[in-house]
Design a protein. Structure first.
Length: 192
């Protein structure tokens, strides 16, 4: 848990639509670099003893916290692309991810060059809701014969089913903020 992040969510988070939190002012569009740095320190301290070889995330909003974490752990950071790019080639791992939030299916794509057998891979993402994005990352790590060593989440929507789904796969999750309830004008955190 990160008190400063909770305070920032209360100050700047906007609840839009049913159960959607907008945090564009510090995470999803403008990036508060000092706050992101502190997130990296938090994640790194929590997962350091897992001997992390690599940090994996999903473009685009996961990249900032993942990079901050990778810097602290002194390892490289890899992001899954949601679309094939001109340079992808055909040497890649992929996994289909359905987003309930956006109601679209995205393909997560990672070149086989960047995750290797036996590596301990820490996965980082901005939000955990239904757990589909995290499940996609885990699938890719497993395809590579690597070890999903943990999941670091900036904001967990604890009223959604993601945590249970991922914990059932025996993955340790560390969320910096856990939201119990999202109502217009009122955000309630999980009591720890
Ligand atoms: P999941 O796959 O766990 O259902 O959703 C994870 C992804 O959906 C996150 O990477 C994030 O992009 C997006 N997402 C889910 N809920 C929210 C939300 O309340 N606010 C924002 N900004 N993104 C969300």
């Amino acid at each position: 848990m990160m008190k400063e992040l909770e305070e920032r969510i209360l100050k700047d988070g906007i609840v839009i639509g049913p159960n959607i939190l907008k945090v564009d002012s510090f995470l999803n569009q403008q990036i508060d670099s000092k706050l992101i740095h502190k997130m990296g320190v938090e994640f790194a301290n929590y997962f350091r003893d897992k001997k992390i070889d690599k940090v994996l995330t999903v473009e685009s909003s996961g990249i900032a916290p993942a990079l901050a974490t990778a810097l602290e752990l002194e390892v490289d950071c890899v992001f899954a692309r949601k679309k094939q790019s001109l340079t992808t080639g055909d040497n890649f791992y992929h996994s289909s991810v359905y987003s309930f939030t956006k109601q679209v299916t995205n393909e997560l794509i990672v070149s086989k060059d960047f995750i290797k057998e036996g590596e301990n891979v820490l996965m980082i993402d901005d939000f955990l809701a239904n757990g589909q994005a995290a499940k996609g990352m885990i699938a890719i790590v497993r395809q590579a014969g690597a070890n999903p060593a943990g999941l670091g989440i900036v904001i967990e929507k604890s009223f959604s089913e993601g945590r249970e789904l991922i914990e059932d796969m025996d993955i340790d999750i560390y969320s910096l903020a856990r939201i119990a309830k999202l109502e217009e004008g009122k955000i309630t955190f999980v009591e720890e």
